[in-house]
Design a protein around this ligand. Structure first.
Ligand SMILES: [Zn+2]
Length: 237
């Protein structure tokens, strides 16, 4: 299924889909968390289609958490032409962090990646997709020029530096994904509406209560779980 998804991205890149960010190839492919399957399964398929992606790394897990990539793995992805970005230090939701914690999650994460990879790190994705004005300002202060959200939108978001993303799951048919890229896609609008309802529920209930209710409501659904995250408030569903 991933091979057929990648074939679709390859076709989309060859069409003249305009990007709002001229420095970014559209559609850009991104992976969050730094799971070892990114290197072992996804990278060879991307390579076979001559595509590159951005891998957002939970820096504190690198080389220490079983099942996640180590520094040599990230160096080899970087050498192969892929971009590395940050995804926090501990994967804590940034909206729950004190200013001091944000310095670790954002600043220490970026500088450590730069030291270990010898490359400029300028992008990050928000753990759990959570942000607010304070978090976005801290991202900018920590040196990130592009912040990737979980908002299913391709137009500019709260700040011109924030970028929307679509969460693609293994059971999504390529035809369904392709329809998201059609001009004025009704499917994309409907995902946007669902996102806004979910975001409103989260802010009304708080993250922890929301996560409990979400888990109860989805107990019997067969929707695949995202890669194991330490926090119950998964970023993708
Ligand atoms: Zn994550």
């Amino acid at each position: 299924m991933f091979q057929s998804h990648v074939d679709l991205y390859s076709r989309l890149r060859q069409s003249d889909n305009p990007s709002l960010f001229p420095e970014i190839t559209f559609p850009e492919l991104t992976f969050d968390d730094g799971h070892i399957s990114n290197l072992e399964l996804a990278a060879p398929i991307l390579h076979s289609r001559n595509l590159t992606a951005t891998f957002f790394i939970t820096v504190g897990w690198t080389g220490s958490k079983p099942g996640f990539m180590g520094w040599p793995d990230l160096q080899s992805l970087n050498r192969a032409g892929h971009t590395i970005g940050a995804h926090g230090w501990t994967h804590t939701l940034l909206t729950h962090c004190s200013d001091l914690q944000l310095q670790t999650e954002l600043g220490r994460a970026r500088l450590t990646l730069e030291d270990k990879l010898g490359a400029a790190i300028t992008s990050m994705s928000l753990p759990g997709g959570r942000s607010n004005r304070r978090v976005l300002a801290a991202c900018q202060a920590a040196g990130y020029t592009h912040v990737y959200t979980s908002i299913p939108k391709s137009e500019p978001l709260p700040l011109p530096t924030t970028i929307g993303r679509l969460n693609i799951l293994g059971d999504m048919q390529p035809g369904w994904i392709a329809s998201l890229f059609e001009p004025n896609s009704p499917l994309l609008s409907s995902l946007g509406r669902k996102y806004r309802i979910k975001a409103a529920a989260q802010s009304l209930l708080g993250d922890r209560l929301y996560a409990k209710i979400w888990a109860l409501a989805n107990r019997h659904e067969s929707e695949p779980e995202p890669e194991p995250d330490p926090d119950p408030t998964q970023e993708s569903e």
